[in-house]
Design a protein around this ligand. Structure first.
Ligand code: ARG
Ligand code: ZN
Length: 484
């Protein structure tokens, strides 16, 4: 589902103009039912990853049915994708890297499939009318190959000694399921995973069923009703212990914080690789308390479920804010990183960047969330964190809203200078207005995607003044300004 907020008139006018152009350009095919479709675009022209995502449709729901054999590394799956056509479609693409595609259908009728690079093209027997909802089903199998990002990070389906961990920021989800792999198209998910006897299989959201087949294999069904960007989808398979944590506000709430947040709070499930369960138990038990504190800072937690999964070191080199259940290698499982990844549930997962250029809306905000948390609960003023960040040369390599290349997306300026932008905004408009901006931003763009311009425009609306000078220096300016 695409839930960009925009001025309807302008967007509608543009769409009409584009349709007219497409008609003039010709290339349409006459099809049964009178629909003259054209192929959907093979990419969404993301500034850093132009081929990620696809045009012509909008996914509503993914039902992924997966089976994994850790011994051979073989994954077999079916992706049942419900989408709405945003143009008359003769064909459309899904992003998929590696693996072998089997049967493909659209609305139950076999559809022709073609593969080129990471693009899988499906051509339904009949063209799809703009606005129509359709179902594409793709069967696939093989040993998934992880990706190495431009910055050298490994992502996608990462194999472990007894299982796997699947993560996908920014592009790795295409290594384990076909989809519209761009953050601007969010959808609901149901992920069903079957693994050999004795193994656990975790994914996003709530487990709604778990059953054992006569052959001993175990199937778990995981449900995520809220919109999710595909880079936040996750699966963890192996020997894991799971714990249902106490609800927020129960015994153990820090003194003075007994006041209810006004929300019942999410249900919380944490997991740890079995050899790490005991030593991570205390910090995992802090998840409900941290979420409750963050609700006081940002407003209601956006999902029905929260949690954390701790995996063995050597699998992935960073923590990731996978929706409802962020994943941490043991080496990154500390309180600061936990606060950061949980803050992403609001900043990034609920309000999602419209393109990868807008990543500072995730990382700058999650970093500033650490500063706010530290100020309110750990007696470290945000101003102090600002001054430390200001003094560091590496934070000034480029402006946070304009990373020079894809290998710089996750560099220090996006995180630290991004947080500095927010601190300067706060100092400029005052604490009360800043709080109103932060909460209002999360409420207005809840479960949607947003651009940097959406944020700067929204902040100016709430503040009731032009903040162009602030953005020019802190968000877009080259180099370090004089100390404020
Ligand atoms: N979003 C993760 C965080 O919370 C970092 C992901 C890193 N990915 C990468 N390709 N370098 O900071
Ligand atoms: Zn982050």
């Amino acid at each position: 589902m695409t839930q960009r907020h925009r001025t309807g008139a302008a967007a509608g006018g543009l769409a009409a103009a584009l349709t007219a152009l497409a008609l003039l350009a010709g290339g349409c095919t006459e099809a049964a039912g009178g629909v003259r479709g054209t192929p959907g675009a093979a990419g969404l022209r993301d500034p850093y990853f132009p081929k990620l995502g696809n045009g012509g449709y909008d996914v509503r729901h993914y039902a992924l049915t997966l089976a994994y054999d850790p011994a051979s590394g073989r994954l077999s799956g079916t992706a049942d994708i419900t989408a709405r056509a945003t143009q008359d479609l003769s064909a459309f693409n899904l992003d998929l890297a590696g693996l072998t595609v089997g049967t493909t259908t659209v609305d139950g009728v076999p559809a022709a499939a073609n593969r080129a690079g990471n693009e899988l093209t499906l051509r339904p027997r009949e063209d799809i009318r703009k606005g129509a909802e359709f179902r594409a089903v793709v069967a696939y199998a093989g040993v998934p190959e992880p990706l190495t990002d431009p910055d050298g990070a490994r992502e996608g389906w990462l194999r472990t000694a007894d299982g796997a961990v699947a993560v996908g920021e920014p592009a790795g989800s295409m290594t384990w399921f076909p989809g519209n792999h761009h953050p601007s198209d969010k959808a609901a998910y149901d992920i069903t995973i079957t693994v050999p006897a004795g193994l656990e299989a975790l994914a996003n959201g709530a487990r709604t069923a778990r059953r054992t087949a006569p052959d001993g294999r175990v199937t778990s069904v995981w449900h995520t009703p809220e919109p999710m960007a595909s880079y936040l989808a996750t699966v963890t398979i192996g020997h894991y212990e799971t714990t249902t944590e106490r609800p927020p506000g129960a015994v153990g709430t820090p003194p003075g914080e007994e006041t209810p947040t006004g929300s019942p709070g999410p249900s919380v499930l944490t997991a740890a690789e079995r050899s790490l369960a005991a030593r991570t138990a205390a910090l995992r038990a802090e998840v409900p308390g941290i979420v409750a504190r963050q609700e006081r800072l940002f407003g209601p937690y956006p999902f029905a479920v929260a949690g954390a999964t701790v995996v063995a070191d050597g699998t992935l080199g960073y923590a990731l804010e996978t929706q409802t259940r962020p994943v941490f290698p043991l080496a990154s499982f500390d309180r600061t990183t936990l606060v950061h990844e949980l803050a992403h549930q609001w900043f990034g997962n609920s309000v999602t960047p419209a393109s990868w250029r807008d990543l500072w809306l995730n990382e700058g905000f999650a970093t500033y969330a650490e500063w706010l948390y530290g100020e309110k609960y750990e007696h470290v003023p945000a101003r102090k964190r600002f001054e430390t960040a200001f003094a560091q040369e590496a934070n000034w390599a480029f402006p946070p809203a304009e990373p020079p290349t894809a290998d710089n997306l996750f560099d220090a300026p996006v995180y630290q200078r991004g947080a500095m932008v927010l601190h300067r905004l706060r100092e400029t408009v005052g604490d009360r207005t800043f709080d109103e901006i932060l909460r209002g931003w999360l409420a207005k763009y809840r479960h949607a995607s947003a651009t940097t311009a959406d944020f700067t425009g929204y902040a100016e609306d709430v503040a009731g003044r032009d903040l162009g000078a602030l953005w020019a220096v802190w968000l877009y300016g080259d180099g370090r300004p004089s100390a404020p």
